[in-house]
Design a protein around this ligand. Structure first.
Ligand SMILES: [Zn+2]
Length: 365
């Protein structure tokens, strides 16, 4: 596993957990809350920022980091997942053609969004890691459909790479201050398709490779077998991005397999829905992270917690835990206060940043 990532003259420590700030904000938090929770990076969404306020607007205001006042690692998600999951589920949402995607709703209704547009938009937003537009493989589809999505992902990745190279010249980037370009590996749960996809993407050449698609097994859990095999198929000289993997135990497994960049909506979405993540003990050795019981969920908004004398967690140093009790946070949820969402989100983000600190300290030799 690599220990650092260089982009635009800045160095970032790996492994890293990025919180999803889809619209350029983590709901209920501001950028200082994110940094104070020791979260080192975010993922913003190309498609949503193109809709509002518009990527050209962000560019004119100095780029996403200045716009948000956030100086950590910023990744732009291509928007592929959102676009294709919508269209695969509802044909009326838009149309996928070889040229690109035509939207049939929203502000972009009737416009064609090509792989080249996707790259241009990400340059305008000004992220550190740019991700190619891909056609994700829906779950439980046959081999023919899987191959179609893989082949289109490869063809589009090639076009993205060409546009990226043109933009490096246009923007005057050199090898040190340029953003990185990642491709997404599709192929569902068919390992031979994943291998075909990664082999072809390696021929085109990218800085990193992402774990794409819905990788859910029959129990609704991440398919760890595919995750492990795919990590092995990607040579170690490239960055490995476990897109969307967020369950703490699955994160630890994927870190063990060699994935080093993670993003997920889980910690903040769960916080807003009254679910906290707590360590069950002081984690002092790598074996403490090997079983699912290193963490537990705490559910808030409960009558039984109204007069609780307990702390939120015995093993957390976040702003929320330092200043407030479990009973108070529970009360804020009972009365539907927006402060409850903020304080719970800060706690859950600190759980994730702490998890990555512990992994780095205890497991990486
Ligand atoms: Zn806390």
């Amino acid at each position: 596993m690599k220990s650092t990532l260089l982009s635009k003259n800045n160095s970032y420590n790996l492994p890293v957990f990025l919180t999803d700030a889809t619209f350029g904000v983590v709901k209920s938090l501001d950028s200082k809350d994110i940094s104070d929770s020791k979260i080192k990076g975010i993922v913003v969404n190309t498609y949503h920022l193109l809709n509002a306020p518009g990527s050209k607007v962000i560019e004119s205001l100095g780029g996403i980091k200045k716009f948000m006042n956030f100086d950590g690692l910023v990744v732009t998600d291509s928007g592929g997942w959102q676009i294709f999951s919508l269209i695969h589920r509802n044909k009326k949402a838009g149309k996928i053609t070889e040229k690109g995607v035509v939207f049939s709703y929203g502000k972009l209704k009737g416009t064609l969004f090509t792989p080249e547009d996707c790259i241009n938009t990400q340059f305008e937003i000004g992220s550190d890691i740019i991700i190619c537009l891909d056609d994700f493989t829906p779950p439980n589809v046959d081999k023919k459909k899987t191959l179609d999505t893989v082949e289109r992902t490869i063809r589009w990745a090639k076009r993205c790479r060409i546009q990226y190279e043109e933009n490096l010249i246009k923007y005057g980037f050199d090898s040190k201050n340029k953003p990185l370009l990642f491709a997404v590996v599709q192929g569902g749960d068919l390992i031979e398709m994943r291998k075909h996809c990664i082999d072809k993407l390696l021929e085109i050449g990218f800085d990193g490779y992402g774990f794409g698609g819905y990788m859910i097994d029959d129990n609704g859990d991440l398919d760890l077998e595919v995750s492990e095999k795919l990590a092995k198929l990607i040579p170690d000289e490239f960055f490995k991005f476990a897109l969307g993997v967020g369950d703490p135990f699955q994160v630890i497994k994927c870190l063990d397999y060699g994935w080093e960049i993670f993003d997920c909506t889980l910690p903040t979405r769960d916080a807003r829905h009254k679910r906290l993540y707590n360590f069950t003990k002081e984690i002092t050795s790598s074996s403490d992270l090997e079983n699912k019981d290193f963490f537990k969920y705490v559910y808030l908004g409960k009558d039984k917690l109204i007069d609780s004398k307990e702390k939120i967690s015995d093993f957390c140093d976040c702003y929320t835990c330092q200043n407030y009790s479990l009973a108070y946070l529970n009360h804020l949820f009972k009365i539907n206060s927006v402060s409850a969402q903020r304080l719970a989100s800060i706690h859950n983000l600190r759980f994730y940043s702490r998890l990555f600190e512990l992994y780095t300290k205890l497991k990486i030799k």
